[in-house]
Design a binder for this molecule. Structure first.
Ligand code: GDP
Length: 297
């Protein structure tokens, strides 16, 4: 389970604080040094860690202790609040167009991040909310990806629009939107091609699709297992394409979790959902407060 090691380390730090009736400045500083190490070991971005520890320290030292809490509990409360704020505080939803206007969602990310699976997971969620989604296969480089989308779409009871591999992604996206308008579908989800590494032609293709299709929401899918790299990928995609929200996949795995704690601060973009498994139902809304509780145990 993600965060296991971080959780354990933080709990150890706090165990020592919890019992104390009085906390000196030195106690707080020593505890926060341990917190800092634990966060760095969990692969949280170093600038994020630095700012985090600074904020907690400023609040914890010289703070009046609240009624009913001892100073140790107070520090834990502050750490919890700062973790929540680090992850964006509020839960963010995919912004859908009002009424029956068509929302166009573009899924982007590196190959293997979980884009195709997540596209189908999101289609299922939207369907449950009463929307009529259409999944669109814009990956013209890997016939297997088209097939995978078709299989997943069928499992979700969602139509998959595909034109094979002989048309440009821009043409496919435009044709899909027309198709959706003619068939009463109001959310078009474009599954785009990924590459093993970011390259210029991939970026340009995504920019072209985004513009031509009038994309409403660009959702970036990143693999939590890749840690700091996930954050770098998010920064690059956001700078080049513009990202509205992030979906962090594979948080069910044995990830150290640093990406979940860094992405919001580094990119300014919210995490919307987390992938918690390979099954199409394994997608959870991201709640910063619940994630903080999970980490603090
Ligand atoms: P794409 O290349 O970005 O479209 O990635 P895929 O959707 O093909 O996913 C790559 C692999 O990751 C597949 O084996 C998926 O089943 C798996 N996968 C996707 N999301 C998750 C997740 O949240 N948890 C786990 N454990 N596996 C996932």
């Amino acid at each position: 389970m993600a965060f296991e090691s971080l959780s354990e380390k933080l709990q150890n730090v706090f165990k020592n604080l919890r019992g104390k009736g009085r906390l000196t400045e030195a106690d707080v500083k020593a505890a926060l040094k341990e917190v800092k190490i634990a966060l760095l070991e969990a692969d949280v971005n170093f600038k994020v860690v630095k700012n985090f520890v600074k904020s907690v320290q400023e609040r914890a030292i010289g703070q009046d202790v609240m009624n009913g809490l001892n100073p140790g509990q107070m520090v834990i409360k502050i750490v919890n609040e700062e973790l929540v704020s680090l992850m964006g505080s509020e839960t963010t939803e995919i912004a859908l167009m009002p009424g029956n206007q068509v929302t166009v969602i573009m899924m982007i990310g590196l190959q293997g991040a979980g884009k195709t699976t997540t596209a189908a997971k999101i289609a299922g969620k939207l369907k449950m909310k009463g929307r009529q989604p259409l999944l669109v296969a814009c990956d013209i480089y890997r016939p297997a990806a088209i097939k995978q989308l078709e299989v997943n779409g069928e499992k979700q009871g969602v139509e998959v629009f595909s034109m094979g591999t002989n048309h440009s992604p821009v043409d496919i996206a435009k044709a899909a939107i027309e198709h959706a308008k003619n068939n009463g579908q109001n959310v078009v989800i474009l599954d785009t091609a990924g590459r093993l590494q970011i390259d210029e032609s991939m970026m340009q293709e995504l920019v072209d699709v985004k513009e031509a299709a009038g994309v409403t929401q660009t959702l970036l899918v990143v693999d939590a297992m890749t840690g700091q790299e996930a954050v770098n990928v998010a920064t690059t995609f956001n700078d080049r394409i513009g990202v509205d929200g992030v979906i962090l996949t594979k948080l069910d795995g044995d990830t150290r979790g640093g990406a979940a704690l860094s992405i919001r601060q580094v990119t300014g973009k919210p995490i919307l959902y987390i992938g918690m498994g390979e099954k199409l139902s394994d997608l959870e809304q991201f709640y910063p407060d619940r994630m903080a509780s999970r980490i603090l145990g």
